[in-house]
Design a protein around this ligand. Structure first.
Ligand code: 5GP
Length: 124
């Protein structure tokens, strides 16, 4: 699937739309979800143009992957949900139609601050 650079997260990365930034490094940006589904709900996105998790995992450079993963760890610590500072979290990434991905720029949801409940809801 080709990357569509008009997607909302591409626009956030270009500074065209404001965001509530939590943390950032050379390769990734973390910001609060506009419609939080948990007391803490942060989205971590690579700065590079990757459609979904599998695209990122296959095609990103080692520096991009490391930068992304380290920012995820930083967010967990900053939000107080990491296992050494808090009570844990759920990390989710949706991909494509069947994954019900809304924004076609790879992102990881980090959700915490409460027990998350069942892993997935009913499919209908
Ligand atoms: P997906 O379904 O693609 O995994 O999740 C997309 C997420 O992006 C949703 O949780 C939605 O609330 C969030 N979102 C959509 N538009 C915006 C926006 O303009 N700003 C922020 N911060 N989050 C957004």
């Amino acid at each position: 699937m080709a990357y569509d650079d008009t997607n909302i997260f591409a626009r956030i990365l270009r500074g065209e739309i404001p965001n509530d930034t939590v943390a950032e490094n050379d390769h990734a940006l973390a910001f609060r979800d506009i419609a939080p589904k948990a007391p803490s709900h942060v989205l971590v996105i690579p700065k590079g143009a990757y459609v979904a998790f599998d695209d990122f995992a296959a095609n990103a450079s080692e520096a991009e992957i490391a930068g992304f993963m380290r920012l995820c760890a930083q967010v967990c610590a900053m939000e107080g949900v990491s296992l050494d500072r808090g009570q844990g979290f759920r990390a989710i990434t949706n991909a494509g139609r069947d994954g019900v991905q809304e924004v076609p720029h790879f992102h990881l949801h980090i959700l915490g601050g409460a027990v998350m409940g069942p892993m997935i809801g009913a499919r209908d």
